[in-house]
Design a protein around this ligand. Structure first.
Ligand SMILES: O=P(O)(O)OC[C@H]1O[C@](O)(COP(=O)(O)O)[C@@H](O)[C@@H]1O
Ligand SMILES: [Mg+2]
Ligand SMILES: [Mg+2]
Length: 322
C-alpha cells in the first residue's frame, strides 16, 4: 500500500511542504494517542477558561493546540500560525515559507461522549514582506491554499488531504506509525439523499434554507420527489468525512441570531480547508452567495455560512437563493 510520502511526491508537492506536512502529522499522531487515552489520561473536562470566541475550552483543545504550536514553531518551515485557540497570530520562524491555520480539535464537545473529533488544517505561502506577527498575511482567499486536510480521530485515525491534485484518504497504521493510502483520489457522488443540518436552529435560518429543507422533508410528496435521510455528528470533521466517503450535503447556514456572526464555522481553519478537499473530490462548497474559497477574509477568526457536498445537491440548494 502506498505511503503518504510517495503520494505527495507523485502529486508534485515541493520538498519543504512535504516536510512541513510530516511535521504537522507527527503532532496529530500525538493528539491521536492523547485522545485515545480519554478519561484515563486525565485530560478530559473543562478548564473553565474561555477562548477568544467565548466558548468554554476543553482541556484537550488546549493540549492539542500546544502540541501543534510547539512542533510547528520548532520546525523552521512556518512563519506564523493562526489557531482557533489563539486570540492572535502566533509568530514562528522569520524565514519560514508557510502559514498554517488550524482548528486543533474540532467537535470538542464530543470528547465527553467518546465520539468523533479531529484536527483541521490549511497551509498557504507566507509572503516575503510579512513580519511573523502580522495577521494581514492570513487575509488571503482560500484559493491561495497549497494544502489542506483533516485528521479524524475515530475507531481508526484517518487523514484526508489535498495538495491540489485530488483528495486522498489515508489510514494511520498504528503498528508502525505511518499513514497509508487507503482511498486514493476519492470522488464524491454527485447525487445524494442525505442531508446534515442542526435543525434546532430552524427558527433562525434565512428564508432560502427554510424553503430548501422544507422541500427535503416533504420527501416523495414534495417537489424533490424523493425521501431524504438526516445525519448530524456535531463535529464538522465527522460530517465532512461521511460526505467524502458516500456523498451528502452539510449546511451551517447564515442565521438571524447575531448579525456579527454570519454562520458558526470559521473561514480560515474550518470552511476553507473543507471546501478545498470537497472541490478536489468533485463536490461544491458555497456560502449561499458564492464560492467559499473566494471569500476575502477580514479577520483571522471570521465566520462564514457553509453549504457543502455533492455537486447536484449543493446546486439544488443554491437555486433557492436565486
Ligand atoms: O451542534 P452545534 O452546536 O450546532 O455545533 C456543531 C458544530 O460546531 C463545531 O463543533 C465547531 O467546532 P469546535 O468544536 O472546534 O468549536 C463544528 O465542528 C460542528 O459542525
Ligand atoms: Mg471546529
Ligand atoms: Mg476546535
Amino acid at each position: 500500500m502506498k505511503r503518504l510520502n510517495s503520494q505527495m511526491q507523485q502529486d508534485g508537492a515541493p520538498l519543504e511542504l512535504i516536510l512541513l506536512i510530516r511535521t504537522l502529522l507527527a503532532g496529530c499522531k500525538e493528539i491521536s494517542f492523547r485522545v485515545s487515552q480519554g478519561a484515563l489520561a486525565g485530560v478530559l473536562g473543562s478548564t473553565l477558561s474561555e477562548n477568544v470566541q467565548g466558548e468554554t475550552q476543553k482541556k484537550l483543545d488546549v493540549i492539542s493546540n500546544q502540541i501543534l504550536k510547539d512542533i510547528l514553531k520548532e520546525s523552521g518551515y512556518v512563519k506564523a500560525i493562526s489557531s482557533e485557540e489563539e486570540d492572535d497570530v502566533v509568530p514562528c520562524h522569520p524565514d519560514g515559507k508557510y502559514l498554517v491555520s488550524f482548528d486543533p480539535l474540532d467537535g470538542s464537545s464530543n470528547t465527553e461522549i467518546n465520539s468523533l473529533i479531529g484536527t483541521i488544517f490549511s497551509i498557504a505561502h507566507a509572503p516575503q514582506w510579512m513580519e511573523p506577527d502580522d495577521p494581514a498575511a492570513f487575509l488571503q482567499p482560500g484559493s491561495q491554499m497549497v494544502a489542506a486536510g483533516y485528521v479524524l480521530y475515530g475507531p481508526s485515525t484517518m487523514l484526508a488531504m489535498t495538495t491540489g491534485k485530488g483528495t486522498h484518504i489515508y489510514t494511520l497504521d498504528k503498528t508502525h506509525g505511518g499513514f497509508l493510502l487507503t482511498h486514493p483520489n476519492i470522488q464524491v457522488p454527485e447525487q445524494t439523499a442525505e442531508f446534515s443540518i442542526n435543525a434546532s436552529n430552524q427558527r433562525h435560518w434565512e428564508q432560502p434554507i427554510q424553503n430548501y429543507v422544507a422541500d427535503l422533508l416533504a420527501g416523495t410528496e414534495g417537489p424533490r420527489e424523493k425521501n431524504y435521510n438526516m445525519r448530524w455528528v456535531a463535529a464538522m470533521v465527522g460530517d465532512i468525512h461521511r460526505l467524502l466517503c458516500r456523498g451528502g450535503i452539510f449546511m451551517y447556514p447564515y442565521d438571524k441570531r447575531d448579525p456579527g456572526k454570519p454562520g458558526k464555522l470559521r473561514l480560515l481553519y474550518e470552511a476553507n480547508p473543507m471546501a478545498f478537499l470537497m472541490e478536489q473530490a468533485g463536490g461544491l462548497a458555497s456560502t449561499g452567495e458564492g464560492r467559499i474559497m473566494e471569500v476575502m477574509p477580514e479577520e483571522i477568526h471570521q465566520r462564514v455560512p457553509v453549504i457543502i457536498g455533492s455537486k447536484d445537491e449543493v446546486e439544488a440548494c443554491l437555486s433557492y437563493y436565486d
